[in-house]
Design a protein around this ligand. Sequence first.
Ligand code: SAH
Length: 397
Amino acid sequence: MQEVRLKVNSKFANKYRSGLPLILTEAIMNQKDLIEEGTIVNLVDEKNKFIAKGYYGRQNKGYGWVLSKNEHEKFDKNFFKNKIVAAFNRRENFFTDEHTNTFRVLNGEGDGVGGITIDYFDGYYLINWYSKGIYHYRKAILAALQESVEFKGIYQKKRFDTKGQYLEDDDFVAGERGDFPLIVKENGVQFAVYLNEGAMVGVFLDQREVRKIIRDKYANGTNMLNTFSYTGAFSVFAALGGATKTTSVDLANRSKSKTIEQFSLNGIDFEAQDIIVEDVFQYFKYAGRKNLKFDLVVLDPPSFARSKKVVFSAEKDYTKLLKETIAITEDNGVIVASTNSSAFGMSKFKGFIKKAFEETGHKYQILEQFTLPNDFRTIKEYPDGNYLKVVFIKKVV
Ligand code: SAH
């Protein structure tokens, strides 16, 4: 692969010297030299002195990632093998946990390889490629993975624009094909996972700790509402934790059968639960008219969503979403407010919470909060990588 020098403007040189991994567009003075994704880039300061080495790959954020501080580094199989082995060693306690056999084994820049993630599903590995640039290194990365671990099968998702060239069958990479759904477990609870059906495989692994605490500490005896419920993972944990009833609301048709599947897998009578295919914002109106109230409400919207009637952006609309939620939450009830938006941090998120309660004239108490779990490793040099924010809020009277 050809190499290019990228001149970093003086404002950013020290940031890269102290370990910033993301190659920011605004830091680069000669962007025009970036032509082919996958190109190896050497960041240099204004005096042409070497700072760090990485690759060019376009994601929604940035122009690629720094992978090394060594000017002579080769991004070959051995390089990636070292990263993968180190990442696996950091997660030894996950591999030996008898109650959980699904987790993240390599989290992008948090494990030194910005642009990919690798998740583990009971012997199967799923690689997410976030740019054409990192996909350029797929042979070396796949060989490194295959040499580092025993596996049943390896699957992949291309999360970059493939211009229609993406065949579903590309998902399967090596080993034996899975018999889907795979049944995996998390803290003793089963999930049906499909590695062959598009980017969303059935469960979001980053909410593991939140699901557990809902089951163990918050669910018992509650009438629980799960909004943007997808496959109903939060509802399953709430039901297992003793919720008297759960209501799951999601706009997508597929969510109903998938939620029934998850309940059934865990021995819960799905007919005793409500599973509703509807726009959450419409459901709030309905709940308001019927004077429905809930003791425990989970709010986990996507960062952006477009439905027929509404465009939702977490950054712009979270306060409004909370206000509508507060209106249907019982006194002393708990709202679990979650967002995976990287457009704002925890303090701004708490600002939305404060504003929503002030504007509805209610008091509140923050009970606890979560960010990414340890398997979603992040580094202090790039705190923005920790996108998850979950706050447990009590509506106080
Ligand atoms: N909370 C889920 C993950 C949510 S993913 C979990 O923990 O598993 C986001 C979900 O929001 C998707 O399933 C999508 O169909 C749904 N969604 C997006 N906009 C919506 C809307 N306006 N009303 C209801 N659901 C919506």
